[in-house]
Design a protein around this ligand. Sequence first.
Ligand code: SF4
Length: 990
Amino acid sequence: MKEPTLNLSPSPGDEVKRTTCYMCACRCGIKVWVKDGKIRYIQGNRDHPVNQGVLCAKGASGIMQHYSPARLRKPLLRVGERGAGEFREIEWDEALDIATSWLAPIRERNPDELAFFTGRDQSQALTGWWAQQFGTINYAAHGGFCSVNMAAGGLYTLGGSFWEFGEPDWEHTRYLMLWGVAEDHDSNPIKLGLGKLKARGAKVIAVNPVRSGYGAIADEWIGIRPGTDGLFAFALIHELLKADRIDLDYLVRYANAHWLVIDNPGGADDGLFARDADGNALCWSFSSPLREAQGGGREGVDSTTGRSDPSPALPFASGEREGAFARADAIGISPAVVGEYVLPDGRKARPVFQLVADRYLDPQYAPDAVSERCGIPADTIRRIARELAAAAFDSKFSLPIAWTDSWGREHSEMVGRPVAMHAMRGISAHSNGFHACRALHLLQLLLGAIDAPGSFRYQPPYPKPIPPANRPAKARKADGTLDAGPLGFVHGPEDLVVDANGQPRRIDHAYSWAYPLSAHGMMHTVIRNAHAGDPYRIDTLFMFMANMSWNSAMNTRQTMHWLTDKDDNGDYRIPRIIYSDAYASEMVAYADLVLPDTTYLERFDAISLLDRPISDADAASDAIRHPVFDPATQLDEDGKPRDVRGFQSVLIELGARLGLPGLVNEDGSPKYRDYADYIVRHERAPGVGLLAGWRGTDGQSEGKGAPNPDQLQRYIEHGGFWHAPIPESARYYKMANRDYLQWAQRFGFVPNDAPIVMQLYTETLQKFRLAAQGHGEHQPPEEHRERVATYFDPLPIWYEPFEHDQTSRETFPLNAVTQRPMFMYHAWGSQNAWLRQITARNYLYLHPETGAQYGISDEDWIEVASHHGAITVQAKFAGNVQPGTVWTWNAIGKRRGAWRLAKDAPEGEQGFLLNHLISDVTPKGDYANADPVTGQAAWFDLRVSIRTLRDGVGESVPQFAPLDFPEANERPLRYGAGFRKDANCKVHAK
Ligand code: SF4
């Protein structure tokens, strides 16, 4: 008898393809093992810079995403009433003919009659450019209802931001504060980083009303009241100022702490920076430095601030010590950061830091004053302020890395500030979110904790000049294209996209006086405005991958009404809706024409530095997806062939059919074969394309270079990504590190190697406030003046979220928020057969004390009411929430029949959306339920009341008519049985 022969290393498949995950926004590298033409296994790619081999439950469940029964099969043309989900399948030629016949007259007549809005597609470098070629200003992606407060707060302050554009220094930080961080973005890097911190014994604090995900492993949980993060940050700032625990040298080297601000109440120049004749900002420089500089732009700083006095007197006037006005960017000066100075023309001016000290030393920001509102004990606030300062200043930590600053001076080491912060949607999705994000950045700056070793770090292509140079398009050229991309950054009132009367020109009202800095557009207002014809009627609403009739909408019921409402002639008020999605989401039912997208394993994608790159703080990176399968070979769950196309390729073909300038050759023939061809050959500027790796005809160039026909092949050979490490001397202080800025300039990330000066005080905001006060050529209409004057404060402010006014707080005593589950990514993940087994329904979670207060028992059915309406849901007790807040998981509740789930699926019967309670306008109805500066949707401002219903309820309310998609069978749940039959692990015995 022979010993059995065991194959101890069976190959998981016939071949393996290395590409990029798309089960959430993190974009990890994956290896997809294929056997017999099917996915055998998805594995993390150890070589990939994002995840280094780590794969999460979502990533592994990509198999079920690829084989989802909800996949669309063919283009669909509506045959029933809009919203009923009745379609007939058509061929692609007919679909594209129809789309072209709708869009061509619009472009001829008025391109703005096309509203083109996309969701979480990660291809805005293409879609925004396509909108520019079409000539419509009515374009945006989903950032307006996701993250624009964070992006704008960061980009107008630091030239970079949290989210996926910066990261804590995982290797060196000793104290990390996570503010409102959800688990669905940058997921694996954060998990890997937290592991490093825990191993090193660094302290992690989670600031979040709900202790889930990362909060569960934090050393300390601060169960803050929603919407008070800015106030908490101010109390920390107050304590740091009081204790003189501020890095003033850092502030004058890298920020505008010493820039002089004109003090001329009522004047057109009030609050602007004092500048010389050439426009350079000025400071007051003493003739002898008070403190030795440790290197950097300025030699020393006058640090006499009186900071131990809660109401400091102004210690110096210009006449009391010798000095002179100097350019604020000069070296060899000793700038004052406090005092009052008289400019040669007699105007008074004060340094920015004096204004900071004046404001945040005010007793209204003392821990005792904010404690109750924030829900944080005053002693805790004081202790955290002490801990922050101790971690930042008491360790004398530095890295022995020589570097050269922007002024050419050499330093033998990089001084560390091992305090890091990371923040996300919990901070930003409030009507005071922009200023809350600014408050966090101010706190970081005072600690000297931006891009220093141990602190928050920029990821290339950031930092960018402040504000970024690109402004939103306002005009069309002779060929019908826009003069710029539809989205950009306003530098002052003159950049708003408004008409001669100051009224909005965009359908979403972005860049209007109501939401001036709406740098990501306002997708959440489009359907209401398109229905109302405000400011005008559109012809076609074209959307991609955005579930706007369900979990991506506020005011869901009325949104469905707006999508289906007809005028007196019986015509739909939104005449045409084209929608592209890979799956039978709730939104599909509201389209007239459906363009079926592929799964993420069936197409090319560019994860581009022009869009949302995958860089880390030590390297620039980008990546691709490439087809693991030809969609024509991937049958639907009934064994029928699918005829689907990648949306990006469809967009390129549509553009060619429409003859859009950038998409056709001179003879009118299509310029690009498909998206893959566009990725390789399109140049945004000479030598700049979607991908930065292997450029140049020989593939030897990085960043810039001529198109390389073999570029995609090189990416595929290299695991699907490109990775360019930053030189060691350039890895910190990127905003003023000569090596970094020159490196970044070579790659086209910055226009030149000038230092980027971080802005504690934002002059752009003051320009708007001056306009509201009656100055300048561009002024707000009367109805917006007070709002602009109030919220465009050049220093961060805190105010009650709009839904938290006194009346609302009395009538609706609880905050209600959603959390993003670590195991699902929006509606996409919650239809996934494997992920549904983790949770197929949600509850409203509340603290047992809250239950006792309102007479609610665990698992009671309850009514939850807001100023907007009421829903019925099942409650569940949870100790991981502070008692004043209730919460639930996001996007698990589904409309019956959608996503081809069974009509009695728990997601539809017991699951629910908090969205049904969230209005798209403020309680007063005067503005969108959004931040007044950026227009970001204020999802987390919701206030509710609760009462028990106890018996007789078995399903959530509201329920809507089931969508008419056929139910799927359960076959995918048994996925993989076929592989076992001829498993490679054979036992030979005789
Ligand atoms: S974290 Fe996101 S991108 Fe990474 S493996 Fe998980 S689902 Fe995929």
